[in-house]
Design a binder for this molecule. Structure first.
Ligand code: ACM
Length: 686
């Protein structure tokens, strides 16, 4: 065949593939607003060069360097030009970047960009530098490979976010997170186009920022685990270079024990106070009736404000039960005298006083949804965590707001659950102005059950799906396609130093006492930590308890369990007639059937694993049931009622959590057994 015929044939083949299917071959997350395929591809070689015009030269230079470093590391290509060329220079083999203006890292920043890849050149243009940063991440996600090497598909992408506020909260108080943990998570946030780092800096269990005006705050309230102001500046700057705003949270008036350790006179009940070591909701609360409280907070905020250039400032405001207020006669007298009829009214009074202080510092207040916000300025931003109705109520009442309900990644819920948690669902009947007040949402990484070693595995990869929910059009909601791309993003995040996958093996090695981890991994791959609110029993947790058990190594929504469950669904849909599904299921079940005998040898030498011994045995028992069911299906003989009931008992037993973990495979087998049991089961039809 001559060359032109090959080209013609390739063209015909490519145009025969529907655009939607070709789109499904892209590993983009979040999916851009508009994607159009062009003809051909851009081949990558070591002469690849980037030229930058416009924007902030220093910021873009660093950003391009970071991207090219990841590109050279990923491809092994010895790129000749790792620094971008600055200024107009279009005579290159590579990418032309043009930023119309530096722009500002603020709520109203323009993050749109346009990326056009043709076989001879790539162009990335944006109104602002942040748009360029977003486009560079898309560019990197497009790298593909074939036998000839690496390439980018020819494509035209026009992209912009659906919501302005796409955040991740990190609680650095329940467990302290060193600077490098924050940096790698900021890198990951930038990789999936998130733009707000919500830094939960104070809690009952720790005061995590250096304060020069009132040094006893960090000296007595932190066990020595706090960020120096230099480190705060470093993180804010690091985030800013990645187009991420930093919103600090100083949680008040409750969740405040650590402040009161050094300054008990600010509390609503006499001290002394000590750092809280348990998890829960506690009584120590600021006294909102004393002028001294406001003088203290004003001076404190004055010192903190220059460290956090963002306009927004989170005052917490959650979970104040007001027990200390109820018990204090002076506070009760104050409430009567000021016609404050209940604790909500008193908290509202407190919030209004804080708002005045913050206004002087040119800060806009953000707070958790409470029932105490009737008279606040409409500038106040409400973060809804108690249910989406509070989101809509706040928006209807004229407040801008954020959704966090449904994005509580600490709770160990499935990626699918978070992904479908759309702040404005497709069928929403909210008026346009109400919709416009919904700024976006935030994933919340509360840190009762995570430390530096495990936190990445609770945030990632699920938060990438939340990032897509908040960036991409609401019509991008196909679950199968989301999971396909998530698996890709999951492993790419490791490139940035994220530890959610690599620490898994390390933790299993430690648990196995350096024995071969194969059997342990086979088991932990199909269990999940229990839903967090169920975990307090049987342990009453304390902040210094270990985070090194099987439940800590286990990960939310584990891939193997998910794939097995999908296979069971497919088997049922295809009436058990699909041989490849049958074989794949058998493969897993045979492996699990024999796993317990291997794992029990390791458990004998590693007492820390004792708590999952029964669970491991249950996995093997469930696998035997699964194999027997498949045998019945293959023979077309429905098992009798007694057999089914006996197996059902075994499976129910296996569903009882052990060592605070759940055996997910038991749920899939329960589904299969229920299908076998049903009178109109398709599995035994000829
Ligand atoms: C919260 O989860 N207490 C805001």
């Amino acid at each position: 065949m001559i060359c032109s015929q090959i080209i013609l044939l390739t063209f015909l083949l490519l145009s025969a593939i529907p655009a939607s299917e070709r789109k499904n071959s892209l590993n983009l997350m979040p999916m851009p607003e508009k994607v159009e395929f062009l003809q051909g591809e851009f081949r990558l070689d070591s002469t690849f060069t980037v030229s930058v015009t416009g924007g902030n030269e220093v910021l873009l230079n660093k950003a391009v360097l970071r991207i090219l470093k990841r590109l050279t590391d990923r491809t092994g290509l010895f790129l000749l030009n790792l620094s971008p060329r600055i200024g107009l220079d279009d005579n290159i083999h590579g990418m032309l970047i043009n930023s119309k203006s530096p722009g500002k890292n603020e709520l109203e920043m323009d993050e749109s960009y346009s990326l056009i890849i043709k076989s001879e050149e790539i162009s990335l243009t944006a109104q602002t530098d942040v748009g360029i940063l977003r486009g560079l991440e898309t560019f990197l996600q497009l790298v593909d490979a074939d036998q000839q090497g690496y390439f980018f598909p020819a494509i035209k992408i026009e992209d912009k976010p659906r919501f302005k506020w796409r955040g991740l909260l990190m609680d650095v108080c329940r467990h302290f997170m060193p600077v490098e943990v924050l940096k790698r998570n900021l890198d990951a946030m930038a990789a999936v186009k998130m733009n707000v780092f919500h830094w939960h800096l104070t809690e009952d269990q720790g005061f995590r920022i250096e304060c020069k005006t009132y040094p006893k705050l960090h000296e007595l309230g932190s066990d020595g685990f706090y960020y120096t102001q230099q480190e705060i500046k470093e993180i804010v700057s690091y985030a800013g270079e990645r187009g991420i705003r930093v919103v600090p949270e100083f949680d008040l008036p409750g969740h405040a024990t650590s402040w009161l350790v050094g300054y008990p006179k600010l509390a609503s009940a006499p001290g002394p106070y000590s750092i809280e070591r348990n998890w829960g909701i506690f009584d120590p609360t600021f006294d909102p009736t004393k002028e001294e409280t406001y003088e203290f907070l004003e001076k404190f905020f004055q010192e903190m404000a220059p460290l956090f250039p963002d306009k927004f400032w989170h005052i917490g405001g959650d979970e104040n039960k007001g027990h200390q207020w109820d018990a204090n006669p002076e506070i009760q007298k104050f409430m009567k005298a000021n016609n404050l009829t209940d604790n909500h009214a008193l908290q509202n009074y407190f919030n209004i006083r804080l708002e005045k202080i913050l206004n002087k510092l040119d800060k806009t207040m953000v707070g958790w949804y409470t029932d105490a916000q009737p008279n606040l300025d409409k500038k106040y931003v409400i973060q809804s965590w108690k249910g989406r109705n509070s989101l809509y109520e706040s928006a209807r009442n004229g407040y801008r707001c954020l959704l966090s309900h449904g994005f509580y990644i600490d709770l160990i819920q499935s990626t699918e659950y978070h992904y479908l948690n759309d702040p404005i669902p497709q069928d929403s009947i909210l008026a346009e102005d109400v919709q416009n007040r919904i700024l976006g949402g935030e994933a919340t990484m509360w840190a009762e059950f995570v430390g530096p070693e495990t936190v990445d595995s609770r945030i990632w990869p699920r938060t990438a799906a939340i990032a897509e929910r908040l960036w991409s059009p609401g019509t991008v909601n196909d679950l199968k396609e989301m999971y396909r791309r998530l698996d890709e993003i999951d492993f790419r995040l490791e490139e940035l130093g994220l530890t959610h996958n690599k620490n898994y093996d390390m933790m299993l090695r430690r648990l196995a006492g350096n024995a071969d981890i194969d059997a342990l991994k086979t088991f932990v791959d199909v269990i999940e930590p229990q839903y967090t609110y169920a975990r307090d029993h049987p342990h009453v947790f304390k902040s210094y308890y270990p985070l090194t058990r099987v439940v800590d190594a286990a990960r939310p929504d584990p891939r193997t369990a998910r794939k097995f469950d999908q296979l069971v669904d497919s088997l049922i849909i295809h009436s058990g007639k699909n041989h490849s599904e049958m074989d794949a299921l058998k493969g897993w079940l045979n492996r699990w059937k024999d796993n317990h005998s291997k794992l029990s040898e390791i458990i004998k030498k590693s007492p820390i694993l004792k708590e999952i011994e029964i669970q491991s045995q249950n996995l093997s028992r469930c696998a035997v049931i699964g194999l027997q069911i498949l045998e019945h299906i293959k023979k077309g003989i429905k098992p009798d009622e007694t057999w089914i009931n006996n197996q059902s008992e075994i499976i129910k037993n296996a569903q009882i959590p052990k060592g605070e973990t759940e055996l997910l495979v038991a749920n899939s087998l329960e589904k299969l057994l229920n299908e076998v049991k049903s009178s109109d089961s398709r599995l035994f039809k000829p």
